[in-house]
Design a protein around this ligand. Structure first.
Ligand code: PMV
Length: 311
């Protein structure tokens, strides 16, 4: 028996940053993301002699650190226990995007692992097909990696509390990421979640995220694209300001990131149009364009190191 599943990554426009209670990935604030359908993790599960992880052949080469492998297999054990799955398995995974490009793959990896293990539970008769749905799977996936819980809904997802849900918003966008730096982060997102609580700016963060999310949703629903851009800009600056004012402070935005951001903002000022712009806990710049902005996108991205998720 061979199980195969895949799940997409997602990019948050309202950021999950800070955990309410440590240990269970419960978020301190609401978040909202766009699902990156073309950036996926693929997982296979086959019977084996012990629970192990191996890279899945046929995709971009993937290597996991010992800690990364443990986190992945711990989630697999958690799910096996939840559905009373017996036996030992070889779990293979790979991404269809390069793993050294500075893009976080934990969202797609953990969502794909949750889906694959769920299929294993159904196929082996350990669970009934109708006992879980996207929302309950999202809650389970959250236990492995917080941001993965948003990858169960498309094109837009909203996460509050224990799991994510679909947002009734059909707008489809083109995603690109400008790779400024590929090196591993000095402060992991796990550490960032913890450290930002020491910032004096942390007070009121949850309220700001809620207000901004409501405003962003309404801007997107009413096609107020420029307001949506401003809200997304404010939001990533808010998160990076938390990083820069933590004690001890840390940061991901260097001169190269600012250089590109400044140019993109100048274009917005000159044209009154442009992409939605956001940064994760890293230096790379994520852009979301409306499909009819293709020409502008091609012009803005020429000469930059970019991964585009459109053809
Ligand atoms: O899922 P984690 O613990 O790697 O947290 C990711 C947090 C951000 O990517 C910085 C923001 C988000 O909402 O995805």
């Amino acid at each position: 028996m061979r199980i195969e599943a895949s799940a997409p990554s997602n990019i948050a426009l309202i950021k999950y940053m800070g955990k309410g209670v440590s240990g269970s990935n419960l978020p301190a604030n609401v978040s909202m993301s766009y699902t990156l359908e073309n950036m996926r993790t693929f997982v296979t599960i086959e019977s084996g002699t012990e629970d192990t992880w191996l890279p899945l052949e046929g995709y971009a080469p993937l290597s996991l650190s010992d800690a990364g492998r443990k986190k992945f297999l711990d989630h697999f054990s958690r799910l096996k226990a939840r559905w009373s799955i017996t036996g030992q398995y070889t779990v293979r995974s790979a991404n269809n995007f390069p793993s050294d490009c500075g893009l976080a793959s934990s969202a797609s990896s953990f969502a794909a692992l949750t889906l694959a293990t769920w299929q294993l539970a159904v196929k082996t008769g350990a669970a009934d097909e109708d006992t879980e749905n996207a929302e309950s799977l999202s809650r389970l996936s959250r236990l492995g990696s917080g941001s993965s819980c948003r990858s169960f809904f498309s094109p837009w997802s909203m996460w509050r509390g224990e799991g994510a849900q679909d947002l009734s918003l059909t707008l489809k966008l083109d995603h690109a990421v400008i790779i400024i730096e590929k090196t591993k982060k000095e402060v992991s997102s796990t550490e960032a979640h913890r450290r930002i609580e020491s910032s004096l700016l942390y007070a009121g963060r949850s309220e700001r995220a809620t207000t901004r999310m409501e405003e962003l949703l309404s801007a997107l629903r009413q096609n107020h694209w420029e307001s949506a851009y401003e809200l997304c800009w404010n939001e990533f600056i808010d998160m990076h300001a938390l990083f820069e004012t933590s004690r001890p402070a840390f940061g991901y935005m260097g001169a190269a990131t600012w250089d590109v951001l400044t140019k993109l903002r100048a274009d917005w000022t000159a044209l009154g149009d442009g992409p939605l712009i956001t940064l994760d806990a890293g230096p790379n710049i994520h852009l979301l364009y409306r499909p009819e902005q293709r020409e502008l996108a091609e012009r803005q991205l020429t000469g930059l190191n970019v991964i585009k998720s459109w053809k």
